[in-house]
Design a protein around this ligand. Structure first.
Ligand SMILES: Cc1ncc(C[n+]2csc(CCOP(=O)(O)OP(=O)(O)O)c2C)c(N)n1
Length: 566
């Protein structure tokens, strides 16, 4: 194996320069997994006193941890892995973060530049692999380029629409010299949004005019509100307008969901007939940091095209007008756009009539609470949501996987306060995200309780990281909705294909026993009356815990689940 070149006193090795550039951008933690091509980088990490390295059990989860960390801290999450399989395994996490507008940086080390095109073990075209899935990517060819490439990566990730970046770092590039003086950065680029852009005043005026004349305006907020820290401006504006505020799944945290103005989640993964009614009743809809994609709009049917006037606020100029004919496009940072509207509407006040919203919310929660109170076995998912709603304090973070967790928790778990307290991987919805994302979130915000809720399909895709949780003694609670089926898909076969069930059932696993073997304190719950006390014990523990709950599968559940299946 190549040895590092002798470097002069003024120079760093490339690997040292990489660590220096991460530090210069304020990076404090890196998630990843070692490999042959990463040896110089690991040697540099060894000497770095300021960066904590979290060893993970596969690269996909390293990326999910970086993603969870970034979502709750507002800082760039960093993950790393080796060449070949390390790159292909890190890719799913990068793709999710990028599409969810979460800035994570992935570094894959690589074979030496001098070994290219020789059938070298693990050789892979990382540039082409990562290009369509990241906002920005580069393959380094020269050590001297390291500082510039890292500055560009951080700038790309945290300006405009935030996104993921990838850097391929060849073995010999890690060993070559870099001038110490070249290792500098603007530390502001380590957090997002780092450089806010303001909207065109012409459209601000137009938007304000439209909103002044609205009878029943409604906000539909996506993840952009929390990403931009625009909650306070949203609250002021919605109050002025007497407008209700709905969110997408990613928009949870835009408004305190206990507020009278909060509608809850709309769309086909957590929306209910009652939240849909609120959308249908609006005459002006303001999308904020929301792409108006298939899920939030129930395949562009709610709002129905042409039925309401549309104001669309987004930092990405390609978003307004993509799916709906927009009356007022406001391109810019969500906080600045809302602040500009607030200023333009200074002194304006419409008395809110929230009686319709209030009645729909009552209907929705009465139906939910009746199901949650049921003593039936297997346990109804509503009961799991109900118990966590009452047991978790307002600062807790809850991460939900697809399957049962995302729609049920989106619909009925109430975020108390604003900011990132609930999230799910809504871009690609890959199973097995929540466990690792929750570990990253905990490391980003260690003072609060973090809970991951997953189906057993998800558990099968992430169980290896239980070892990481145990090794690091992370007091995260994992909740498994256990039903021995890919339930969401089986529900789709029921509602759309005449119950012609095919290849969706799998065997029963005792997930508590599996977790126990990793050293996680765990419980299996079959009796509804035991659920509260066991969850309480699990949440209070100072180490990792898992509660495996034998639950009713989705295809046996009552409405509104059938509403959620496309
Ligand atoms: C990686 C991946 N493969 C396939 C899917 C498609 N999919 C969506 S939901 C679902 C079933 C989820 O099953 P489980 O985790 O057991 O939760 P349940 O629906 O039973 O509550 C599947 C297979 C996916 N989302 N991600």
């Amino acid at each position: 194996m190549n040895k590092p070149v002798e470097t002069q006193a003024v120079a760093l090795t490339g690997a040292e320069a990489v660590v220096g550039m991460l530090r210069a951008h304020g990076v404090e933690i890196v998630f990843g997994l070692c490999g042959d091509t990463s040896l110089p980088l690991y040697d540099a990490f060894h000497d770095s006193r300021n960066i904590r390295h979290v060893l993970t059990r596969d690269e996909r989860h390293a990326a999910y941890m970086a993603d969870g960390y970034a979502r709750v801290t507002g800082r760039v999450g960093v993950c790393e892995g080796p060449s070949g399989g390390g790159a292909t395994y890190i890719l799913p996490g990068l793709a999710e973060a990028n599409e969810s507008s979460v800035p994570i940086l992935a570094i894959n080390t690589d074979i030496s530049v001098g070994s290219r095109n020789k059938y070298t073990l693990t050789e892979l075209d990382q540039r082409s692999l990562m290009r369509p899935l990241t906002k920005w990517n580069a393959v380094l060819d020269r050590s001297a380029d390291i500082p510039r490439v890292f500055r560009q990566a951080f700038e790309a990730m945290t300006t405009g629409r935030p996104g993921a970046a990838h850097v391929a770092l060849p073995f010999d590039v890690q060993n070559g010299p870099v001038e110490r003086a070249d290792v500098w950065a603007d530390p502001a680029l380590g957090a997002f949004p780092s450089r806010r852009t303001a909207p065109d005043p012409f459209f601000v005026e137009l938007g304000a005019k439209l909103l002044r004349g609205a009878r029943n305006p409604l906000f539909i907020c996506g993840g952009g509100v929390v990403l931009s820290g625009a909650e306070q401006e949203l609250s002021s504006l919605s109050e002025k307008l007497g407008a209700a505020v709905a969110t997408s799944v990613s928009g949870k945290g835009s408004i305190d969901e206990r507020s009278a103005r909060s509608v809850g989640v709309v769309g086909s993964n957590g929306g209910t007939p009652q939240t849909r009614a609120a959308v249908d009743a609006a005459d002006v809809i303001v999308f904020v940091g929301c792409r108006a994609g298939s899920v939030t709009t129930e395949r562009w049917r709610h709002p129905a095209p042409g039925r309401a006037k549309i104001v669309h606020i987004d930092v990405d100029p390609s978003v307004p007008g993509r799916n709906y004919k927009v009356d007022v496009p406001l391109v810019g940072d969500a906080r600045l756009c809302l602040a500009a509207l607030n200023q333009e509407l200074e002194g304006f006040r419409r008395k809110a009539d929230l009686s319709f919203i209030d009645a729909r919310k009552r209907e929705k929660f009465e139906a939910f609470e009746a199901l949650a109170a049921s003593g039936d076995m297997p346990i109804k998912p509503e009961k799991v949501v109900f118990e966590l709603n009452s047991l978790l304090d307002r600062d807790a973070i809850l991460v939900a996987d697809p399957g049962t967790p995302c729609p049920y928790f989106s619909a009925y778990y109430q975020v108390k306060g604003t900011g990132r307290r609930f999230f799910s991987n809504r871009a690609h919805g890959a199973l097995g995200y929540s466990l690792a994302a929750a570990l990253g979130a905990h490391l980003g915000r260690p003072a609060v309780k973090t809970v991951a809720v997953m189906g057993d399909g998800s558990f099968g895709m992430c169980a290896g990281e239980l070892e990481t949780a145990v090794r690091l003694k992370l007091p995260v609670t994992f909740v498994v909705i256990s039903n021995a089926v890919y339930g969401w898909i089986k529900a789709g076969q029921k509602s759309g294909y005449g119950s012609r069930y095919f290849s969706v059932d799998f065997g029963v696993t005792d997930h508590a026993k599996v977790a126990d073997a990793f050293g996680v304190r765990s419980w299996r719950v079959t009796q509804p009356q035991e659920l509260n006390s066991i969850l309480k014990k699990a949440l209070a523990s100072d180490g990792p815990t898992l509660v495996d709950i034998v639950c009713q599968p989705l295809h046996e559940a009552k409405a509104p689940v059938s509403e959620w299946v496309a």
